[in-house]
Design a protein around this ligand. Structure first.
Ligand SMILES: Nc1ncnc2c1ncn2[C@@H]1O[C@H](COP(=O)(O)OP(=O)(O)OP(=O)(O)O)[C@@H](O)[C@H]1O
Ligand SMILES: [Mg+2]
Length: 259
């Protein structure tokens, strides 16, 4: 079982899109996959469940994180079955209040890890979608993860912001919160060949961090957004779209490189 955080404190770089498409693609390849929506904006949960999200007011990652002691049965009751191989623990409107409450909790950095430890034998992969912030939820996510994937987009601020994520990873290790946390790589999202800038930004990223691989380059295409609006992975929406091909390639890469 492998836990992967999709994280970047920068907003709008594609975390949710990648968490959704990678999770579906891993499940499509026959791997039992759980995706956890740890973002109070609940984009991933809403994308998948739509208005049905309202049915999970008392069964979501927020209710689990706010408990002092957690029972396996309670966790299992919060899991929503999406298809044969894919499960979701949804986010909820009240999740930001839970993050504030967690600040005073005992072992506050370990809460998510404790939840995951209870159910990890049930899955091959657990993917966590994170909020664009460097708060306590992100720390929980990184403490619970084996790997982090950092999505970026071809903007100056996105490239400049990567260092903050890498510093956070180092802080987690230095604080002995999770020694085995590893940066799996960058995903360069919203790539386009139409102008020179995306290519230049990609080169910049590679030059700045020569030891961190760019594991996938996802093209910018409106189809990604359209599929999301339908609550679907892009490869189910338009299988021959270049973004679909890239997401399926990404899943294959993860399966081959992450055991
Ligand atoms: N490759 C792409 N091509 C076109 N649009 C994309 C692509 N990837 C993401 N988008 C769109 O960009 C927007 C932001 O993407 P997404 O929500 O995945 O980012 P995020 O990092 O999760 O944002 P946040 O930080 O707010 O959680 C969405 O509308 C999404 O549909
Ligand atoms: Mg998001």
């Amino acid at each position: 079982m492998t836990v992967i955080s999709i994280a970047n404190q920068k907003g709008g770089v594609g975390k949710t899109t990648i968490a959704l498409n990678l999770s579906y693609a891993l499940a499509e390849n026959g791997y039992d996959t759980l995706v956890i929506d740890l973002d109070p904006q609940f984009n991933l949960s809403f994308g998948i469940l739509g208005m049905k999200l309202l049915d999970y007011t008392d069964k979501n990652i927020g209710t689990l994180l706010s408990k002092n002691s957690i029972k396996k049965k309670e966790i299992e009751e919060s899991i929503v079955k999406i298809n044969d191989r894919l499960d979701l623990i949804p986010s909820h409107l009240q999740l930001s209040a839970v993050e504030k409450m967690l600040v005073n909790a005992y072992a506050r950095e370990m809460k998510l890890k404790n939840i995951i430890d209870n159910i990890k034998e049930n899955y091959d992969y657990i993917i966590i979608d994170n909020a664009p912030s460097l708060g306590l939820f992100l720390i929980n996510s990184l403490v619970a993860s084996d790997y982090i994937i950092i999505p970026c987009e071809p903007s100056y601020f996105s490239i400049a912001g990567v260092q903050l994520m890498l510093d956070t990873v180092e802080e987690i290790k230095e604080a002995n919160l999770n020694q085995k946390l590893n940066v799996l790589g960058f995903i360069f999202n919203k790539y386009s060949k139409q102008s020179k800038i995306p290519q230049e930004r990609l080169e910049q990223l590679k030059q700045l961090y020569p030891n961190i691989p760019v594991i996938s380059i996802i093209p910018r295409t409106i189809t990604v957004e359209k599929a999301e609006r339908e609550g679907m992975p892009v490869f189910k929406f338009e299988s021959n779209n270049p973004a679909s091909i890239e997401f399926l390639k990404l899943a294959k890469w993860v399966i081959e490189n992450v055991k």
